[in-house]
Every structure is written in structure tokens, then in C-alpha cells.
Design a protein around this ligand. Structure first.
Ligand code: BG6
Ligand code: MG
Length: 220
């Protein structure tokens, strides 16, 4: 039986990709590296330090900054990003999410969060969603970024369910790969995702009816 639904945050609960992008573009620009939206799409679901490594590689500057300088760049990006979060209110919740979380609970199924963002608690409270999940995996405890399944496995463990009893929802390819590697059923939101067990174009289609029907279909 389905026991839990585990959500990614950025791009599933609320849309912060453009805020991450603006902050990274500024910091990359200061380091003499140009990044565009297409490159940014590949950073979805990737942790802060791993994102920085990819940006430096993209600009051919992987050896130009020592450890301490890289920490400073990441810190600077985060300061800009956190400033931009001031604009986030409960209206920034993506369509259908509040109703979905409500309906999942009514069905006695648990809800979890598996975000690699260290800002997840701050974002949840800005959205007024601090109490919406039964368990939120702590990104600070996770050493490996998605596509490693670690964050989804931590969420399953915290909820007390087996991965085979859970659905994971993601908007990023690294996230879909992480869910699949964890042995959960994967739901992809948006286009251009490969290997999702169920693919939806937006959260508007993401209803409890759709999720429960999908689960039954897969277990016949
Ligand atoms: C993910 C985002 O949710 O969190 C990534 O998709 C981001 O773009 C990552 O890099 C880490 O976020 P933070 O807030 O810890 O820098
Ligand atoms: Mg995401």
C-alpha cells in the first residue's frame, strides 16, 4: 500500500529557480563567468557547493579559486539568494499543492520533504507551510547531492516507510534519478524529464486522484 508521498521543494512546492539563477549569475559574473538559463536548468536539484563547482568548470575556472575562496563565493550567492526570498509569501505556493497536501492527509498517507536546500526551513515558513509535512529530511545531514538517493532515503527513514511504499515528486532530472535510485515510484513535473514513472506538465495536474490512480495502476 501507498504509505507516503515525498516532495521536492524548489520547483514542486514553489518556484525559486529564477531566484537561484539571478544570484548565481551575479556571482558567476563577478568571477568572470557567463551563465544562461539553459545552463541554469542543469543546476536544478544540485546542492550549493556542487552547483558552484559546475559553474567554475563551465567557465574553465575550476582551479582558479582555492577552497576558502569557493566558500566565500557560495556564501555571497546565498546572501543574494536569501535577500531575494523576502518577496516570497504564501501566494508563491504552486497551484494545487495546498489542496493536494490536504487530500493526502485525509487519505491517511504521510507527507515528506526531500530538498537539498539548506534554506528549506526558511522557505517553508515564508510559505506558511512549516507544519505541512510529517517529516522534512535535513539537507545539512546529507553529504551527496541528488542524483544520489540519500535525501529521499533519509525522508523515507524519517517517515518510517520503505521506499517501495512511497512516491517521490520532482521537477529536476537529478531528482527523478534520485527517486528511481531510491527504489520509489517517480512523478516528474514539467517537460524534458526522462525516466519518470509518471510525467505531468504542471502541478495543476498533480491531484490526489491522479496520484492514487497511478499507484493502483502500478500495483496491479
Ligand atoms: C535545490 C535547488 O532545491 O537546492 C538548487 O534546486 C539549489 O538550485 C539547491 O542549488 C541548494 O540550495 P541552497 O538553498 O542550499 O543553496
Ligand atoms: Mg526541484
Amino acid at each position: 500500500n501507498l504509505k507516503a508521498v515525498i516532495f521536492d521543494l524548489d520547483g514542486v512546492i514553489t518556484d525559486t529557480a529564477h531566484l537561484h539563477f539571478r544570484a548565481w549569475r551575479t556571482v558567476a559574473g563577478e568571477a568572470g563567468i557567463d551563465i544562461d538559463e539553459t545552463f541554469n536548468a542543469g543546476l536544478k536539484g544540485i546542492s550549493r557547493m556542487e552547483s558552484l563547482r559546475r559553474i567554475l568548470c563551465h567557465g574553465g575556472k575550476e582551479n582558479a579559486f582555492d577552497n576558502e575562496q569557493q566558500q566565500a563565493l557560495a556564501q555571497r550567492k546565498n546572501t543574494l539568494y536569501v535577500q531575494s526570498l523576502a518577496s516570497l509569501t504564501r501566494d508563491a505556493l504552486l497551484p494545487g499543492i495546498r489542496q493536494l497536501l490536504h487530500d493526502i492527509r485525509l487519505a491517511n498517507v504521510k507527507t515528506g520533504l526531500a530538498s537539498v536546500s539548506l534554506n528549506a526551513p526558511r522557505i517553508l515558513s515564508a510559505l506558511d507551510m512549516g507544519a505541512a509535512f510529517d517529516f522534512c529530511a535535513d539537507a545539512a545531514q546529507i553529504a551527496r547531492s541528488k542524483p544520489d538517493p540519500a535525501i529521499f532515503l533519509a525522508a523515507c527513514q524519517g517517515l518510517g516507510v520503505r521506499p517501495q511504499e512511497a512516491i517521490g515528486i520532482e521537477d529536476a532530472q537529478a531528482g527523478i534519478d534520485a527517486i528511481n535510485a531510491a527504489g520509489m515510484l517517480s512523478v516528474g513535473i514539467g517537460d524534458d524529464l526522462r525516466h519518470a514513472d509518471l510525467q505531468l506538465s504542471s502541478t495543476t495536474e498533480l491531484t490526489w486522484r491522479c496520484l492514487s490512480g497511478f499507484w493502483v495502476d502500478k500495483h496491479q
